[in-house]
Design a protein around this ligand. Structure first.
Ligand code: SF4
Length: 733
């Protein structure tokens, strides 16, 4: 039986797997040698092969006809039609009338090629991706503090040596269970409005009101200083800006923090004392800290705490962000983000433009400038001055975007919507053209996990039917748009070689990484310059490497498992404190909408659910939308366990089955965001954006809850929401 070593298709942990068998009976087992998962997989990883044979797998291009129905077509006809329509739209409205929406699950090669395609073949500035919804606040805060954004600036295995770990807004026991093998060795402090399975495993659970994490982080910094735990030598030698940050935190004395957050003073004090007493400690943030209109400041406040305690840049301690999507790290480094070019270069930097333009064979002035961020792009679709056409790769914004009903309307208003996917996602169902593409076990490429380690995705299976790789799709469109065929190669290895050149000398320098080195089993973390032994990072050597001046072979650069041990990545080597202040969320409860709603993930589903809702075992475990409600709150609003509830915000409402949870705050309800149709959590979520990261405020909105009109207040017998979208070949909704 053929076998390949590859990685799970889902989250940023990228658990190592061994895949064997053939189409229809593919089997997976954990790769015991991969240190991140140490022989473990979660339920999603174990069941991932089922996705390869899902009955509604897309295998032929589909084009919507004059009757409004999607019908099978040929690749030639579909690509010809797309190129002709794009040409017309660009001629009439200009290049920015075409938008591109990518995904944090795309391989590095696809993410790179998508950014190049948008800027070179389409000439549009209007490209962004769904990673904006997941990691952008931590990226902005990490870049500001350390001069470089890599989710974990150390290997995951380092966490196993910690005595105490503070997790702010992260629930890895459900979202990435094998990570708990490393975390469980430490005493955990969990900050979360819900008593999640991770909070259950913690030594201390702080349960703030949604949207108040920033006040709590300021309060923890306050206590760290007044109780004498600030690491003064570290502050003096390795940081700058403490005084300004402290002026803000000084006003957040514990009793004030308790009033705002609801976290008792004694628990605040206990958390700080635990962290300060540990010889090795980490502060880790997740989406719970990030997905706010003040998410960047909230993450910055937790980084301020970590810096005050002297944790970052020290082996065995540190700060990190638990990146979410499978290639959430690599996906934000190679140019599918509205403001970035490959190698984590900024689109506004003339030197970066010149370098990348030279690799792409175009003039720097031909590269468009920065475009709209993800929600802004989706919100502008079909409006005056907004894109008239959108190409979607590896994303399902009809479910995953906030204020989803509005985004559904915007998608439906387009002159042309093209979706490349391997299953008929809810967004694909709205499309004019659906292009069937390969999935994980059918393709080669690289992914970059939450540690910044570059991993090989390997092919076991031949793609079914007429499915093509995304690289082939981009090639086919680029050629039809008048670009030379050689400018858009279809082989992942060839694209990666170009990515190496484009990233050379950038912050995320991959120039020293090759398929050959990865296939030989090397563990390579970026930055990994091509110059042997060169200093990594901005301004580092960018020469061809491989030989010293005497012409002798030298060992290649080993990559950088641990960043910042000698210096942070700012030019002066110092970490920056951020001067941040607490403020309310965009919405707080009032008489009409008296409760907080917060959203998140469950163990058996992943992101918009387009993949995991199709897997019978996962569907059985998490079949439909639910809402967690405290029993007292449910009683006040006429709800019982199992009843159908309507949860409404100022933007709309969703229908969910009631689950009574005695550990939940009485002012808060929780909804998972994996479900479609009338059960979409994002029908109610707020599109308020963080001003710096442009991340939407998924974690807080104001809602009311009650029985669904016309239904008795008793457990509902029938399923409330369909697991999958409607049949594919049908009229446009
Ligand atoms: Fe590992 Fe994440 Fe896949 Fe689960 S979903 S097996 S934690 S990579």
């Amino acid at each position: 039986m053929a076998e390949v070593r590859t990685h799970c298709p889902y989250c940023a942990l990228q658990c190592g797997t061994v895949l064997g068998g053939e189409a229809g009976r593919t089997v997976v087992r954990p790769d015991e040698e991969f240190p991140v998962n140490q022989g473990g997989l979660c339920q999603k990883g174990w069941t991932a092969p089922a996705l390869l044979g899902t009955p509604d797998r897309l295998t032929r291009p589909l084009v919507r006809g004059a009757d409004g129905r999607l019908a099978p077509s040929t690749w030639e006809a579909a690509l010809d039609m797309i190129a002709a329509r794009l040409g017309d739209i660009r001629a009439e409205h200009g290049p920015d009338a075409v938008g591109v929406f990518g995904g944090g699950g795309l391989t590095n090669e696809k993410a790179y090629q998508l950014g190049k395609f948008a800027r070179v073949a389409l000439g549009t500035s209007q490209i962004d991706y769904n990673g904006r919804f997941c990691m952008s606040s931590a990226a902005a805060a990490g870049t500001a503090a350390f001069g470089l954004d890599r989710g974990l600036p150390f290997p995951v295995t380092d966490l196993g040596g910690a005595e105490v770990i503070l997790l702010a807004g992260a629930n890895p026991a459900e979202t990435m269970p094998p990570l708990m093998r490393h975390l469980n060795k430490a005493r955990l402090i969990v900050i979360d409005p819900r008593r999640t399975p991770t909070a259950e495993a913690a030594a201390l659970h702080l349960q703030p009101a949604p949207g108040t994490d920033l006040a709590l982080a300021l309060g923890l910094l306050h206590l760290a200083v007044v109780e004498g735990h600030a690491d003064q030598p570290f502050l003096n030698e390795r940081t700058t800006g403490f005084d300004a940050a402290w002026r803000r935190a000084a006003a957040w004395w514990p009793e004030r923090v308790e009033r705002v957050t609801g976290v008792p003073v004694a628990e605040q004090r206990e958390a700080v004392r635990m962290l300060a007493a540990a010889r090795r400690a980490y502060v880790l943030t997740g989406r719970g800290a990030e997905q706010h209109s003040k998410g960047t400041d909230t993450v910055s406040a937790f980084i301020n705490l970590a810096l005050t305690l002297g944790l970052p840049g020290r082996q065995g301690s540190g700060y990190g962000c638990l990146t979410g999507q499978g290639n959430g790290q690599g996906g934000r480094e190679h140019g599918q983000k509205a403001d970035q070019l490959p190698g984590y270069r900024m689109l506004t930097d003339p030197a970066a433009r010149a370098h990348v333009a030279a690799v792409w064979g175009v003039e720097p002035e031909d590269l468009p400038g920065p475009g709209r961020s993800a929600y802004e792009l989706l919100d502008a679709l079909g409006t005056d001055g907004g894109p008239r056409a959108l190409l979607v790769f590896g994303s399902n914004p009809a479910v995953s975007a906030p204020h989803a009903a509005r985004i559904g309307d915007r998608l439906a208003s387009l002159d042309l919507l093209v979706v490349a996917d391997f299953v008929p996602s809810e967004t694909a169902l709205l499309a004019d053209v659906v292009l069937p593409v390969t999935q994980w076990a059918e393709e080669e490429g690289t992914m970059t996990n939450l540690e910044g380690r570059v991993l090989r995705r390997r092919r076991l299976l031949t793609p079914p039917g007429e499915a093509r790789s995304d690289l082939e799709v981009l090639h086919g469109l680029a050629v039809r748009l008048g670009r030379p065929a050689a400018q858009f190669p279809t082989e992942p290895r060839e694209v990666f070689e170009e990515l190496r050149r484009a990233s050379r000398g950038g912050r995320a320098d991959y120039s020293g990484i090759s398929y050959e080195r990865l296939d030989a089993g090397e563990a390579l973390y970026w930055p990994c310059p091509e110059a042997p032994g060169g200093q990594a990072g901005p301004g580092g050597p960018a020469g061809p490497g491989g030989e010293d001046p005497a012409g002798e072979e030298r060992a290649p650069h080993p990559g950088t498992p641990r960043l910042f041990l000698d210096a942070f990545a700012h030019p002066d080597g110092l970490a920056r404190f951020a001067e941040v202040e607490h403020r309310d969320s965009a919405e707080t409860p009032d008489a009409d909408f008296p409760l907080y709603a917060t959203t998140g993930r469950v163990l058996a589903q992943y992101q918009s659910g387009a993949q995991t809702r199709r897997i019978p075992e996962l569907h059985a475990a998490a079949p439909e939308m639910f809402v967690e409600v405290h029993p007292d709150t449910a009683g006040r609003h006429g709800l019982v366990e199992g009843a159908a509830a309507r949860v409404s915000s100022a933007r709309g409402s969703t229908v969910a089955r009631v689950r009574l949870v005695g550990t939940l705050r009485t002012d808060t309800v929780f909804l998972p965001f994996h479900f479609a149709g009338a059960g979409r959590a994002n029908l109610i979520t707020s599109p308020a954006l963080d001003p710096r990261s442009k991340m939407p405020e998924f974690k807080v909105c104001a809602v009311r809850i009650g029985p669904v009109a016309g239904r008795p207040a008793e457990p509902a017998a029938e399923p409330l929401t369909e697991p999958l979208a409607e049949p594919l070949i049908g009229a446009r909704p």
